[in-house]
Design a protein around this ligand. Structure first.
Ligand code: GLN
Length: 547
């Protein structure tokens, strides 16, 4: 019997709805329940794949190849449950499905309307895989009152009515602003937000109230009275030093108990929170620190590299060290050289990225790390630029570059050591792509296996030779350069099972130099750090002891 928790937000955006949902998922899981988290985004993009990182932060990729909202990353990091394509849906996708059906004549000549056709489409999505879990947690993106959100709120209202009584609970996040001038905590925006919800037929069972200052009992009672919730279902949520404190903090504040009460579950197993206590202990009491330079493009925007930032932290948790990642803009290296900025770091990481801007700076970063024997991890574009660097400076391919950077007009500027892959196999199917084809959903996406060479650094790190990791890229290292690069000192240590696509490279004559075509950061968890990040941080730690 699946129970549904619908998570909505009000007053302002960025209240940490995703984190609250993820923490609740972790708490229910700690009590022995099976959970799945799901995100419903009211925007009209079909998926976030084509949105700039400035708009929407990182695009999180699932094993089954969906480009999804970064909240799915939180969900995975907090529960360890791998998200699926069906765990992320946008209004754009819903409308696309409805319109496709309309064109196919599936509605038998009916007039297509938001109610029931769009809401039916949303509801059918909500129930997918419901029978596999005890709790399905569904977060609605945006804030109540947004025009785009209305069909979603209406759909969850209908859905709850169609379920047996007591199967759906509504949790609403709001903000209590603190007015410094009058020294008051204001509950009115919360009251309005709840009023807005009730006007569209939703009554919150649990209110999570974000506040910068402690919420006095009196205010809690007031909120309960005016918002029609029970006082013990008004859950305070204060700012935390680390997101990983959220499960413990929400448990202490009574969130999981309030949700179970709303479902009338009196006898639930006590949660085993030891995993989260261990994470917090490691995080709060580190034995040292490493400094890692992350050389990329969207550096002002932390959310653009959300999973990467977390995976680095996890790598540190493994060895009980604090990872101080500094985010450097690759373009600056093009003007001022890499050495001026990278000296003093214990390791260099070049993450994924798209487009030519800043790439010469990334090549310079890879060269610096290779020559100075500083640990280097190149992810996706970061691996491609390390290969370009080695091709130019070790293998004598002077004009080595990526086809991604050619305009397509006029003669090519580079020799394409990195080329545009137009055909590949996915399972038993052949996938083909045009260079100038549509941008949405045309990358090599999702989990692909790779074979690692016995005895290589990377095989040692993983402790096995067959791995599966998530991809999100259009270009590939050309395996035709393998003999020249290997002769020059860069080993192709991991290949696609058919041997055609380089998946990992390394430099044997270097303490720790690894490039991977995939995104290991997507599969790292605080309680199960990804082996590549754990090993990279260890290499940085060893480097820090050298100097
Ligand atoms: N831009 C490169 C490609 O499409 C790398 C992509 C990435 O780093 N995610 O292949």
């Amino acid at each position: 019997m699946t129970r549904y928790v619908f998570v909505t937000g009000g007053v302002v955006s960025s209240l940490g709805k995703g984190l609250a949902a993820a923490a609740l998922g972790a708490l229910l899981q700690a009590r022995g329940y099976r959970v799945r988290l799901r995100k419903l985004d009211p925007y009209l993009n079909v998926d976030p794949g084509t949105m700039s990182p400035h708009e929407h932060g990182e695009v999180f990729v699932t094993d089954d190849g969906a480009e999804t909202d970064l909240d799915l990353g939180h969900y995975e990091r907090f529960t360890g449950v791998a998200a699926r394509r069906t765990d992320s849906i946008s209004a754009g996708r819903i409308y696309q499905n409805v319109l496709d059906k309309e064109r196919q004549g599936a509605y038998l000549g009916k007039t297509i309307q938001v109610i029931p056709h769009v809401t039916d489409e949303i509801k059918s999505f909500l129930s997918i895989g419901g029978d596999e879990v005890d709790f399905m947690l569904c977060e609605i993106g945006g804030t109540v009152g947004d025009i785009e959100g209305l069909p979603f709120y209406e759909a969850i209202r209908q859905f709850a009515n169609e379920q047996p009584r007591g199967r759906c609970v509504f949790m609403h996040l709001t903000l209590l602003p603190w007015l410094a001038a009058s020294g008051e905590l204001k509950t009115k925006p919360t009251q309005h937000s709840v009023k807005e919800l009730r006007a569209i037929g939703l009554r919150p069972d649990v209110l999570v109230c974000r506040s910068e200052v402690p919420i006095p009992e009196r205010e809690r009672e007031k909120i309960a009275l005016f918002c029609d919730v029970r006082p013990d279902s008004v859950i305070p949520a204060y700012d935390l030093a680390s997101i990983y404190e959220a499960p413990l903090a929400y448990h202490a504040a009574g969130l999981d108990r309030a949700i179970l009460d709303a479902f009338k579950i009196d006898l639930a197993p006590e949660p085993d929170l030891s995993r989260w206590r261990d994470v917090m202990d490691r995080l709060s009491n580190p034995d040292g620190e490493v400094r890692i330079a992350v050389v990329g493009k969207y550096m002002q925007l932390e959310d653009a590299y959300k999973s990467l930032k977390e995976a680095l932290t996890h790598g540190g948790l493994q060895h009980r060290v604090k990872v101080k990642a500094e985010w450097l803009d690759a373009e600056v290296f093009e003007r001022e050289g890499a050495a001026a900025h990278l000296s003093g770091f214990d390791a260099v990481l070049v993450p994924g990225g798209f487009g030519e801007r800043g790439t010469e700076g990334k090549v310079a970063a890879a060269r610096f790390a290779r020559e100075r024997k500083i640990p280097y991890l190149g992810i996706c574009l970061g691996m491609q630029m390390a290969v370009v660097e080695a091709a130019r400076n070790l293998a004598g391919v002077e004009k080595a570059g990526s086809e991604e950077f050619e305009s397509g007009k006029g003669p090519d500027r580079f020799e394409h050591v990195i080329y545009h892959m137009k055909e590949w196999s996915q399972g038993n199917e052949l996938v083909t792509r045009e260079r100038d084809g549509a941008k949405g959903g045309t990358l090599r996406l999702g989990a692909y296996p790779a074979n690692l060479e016995e005895g290589s650094l990377i095989a040692g790190i993983y402790g096995k030779t067959r791995i599966s990791e998530r991809h999100r890229h259009r270009y590939e290292v050309d395996a035709a350069y393998r003999p020249r690069l290997e002769a020059a000192g860069m080993k192709f240590s991991g290949m696609s099972p058919d041997g055609s696509l380089p998946e990992t490279v390394e430099i044997p004559d270097h303490p720790w130099f690894v490039g991977v075509q995939f995104h290991p950061e997507l599969k790292s968890r605080p309680f199960a750090p990804h082996p590549l990040f754990a090993s990279f941080v260890k290499a940085a730690l060893e480097q820090s002891r050298l100097v």
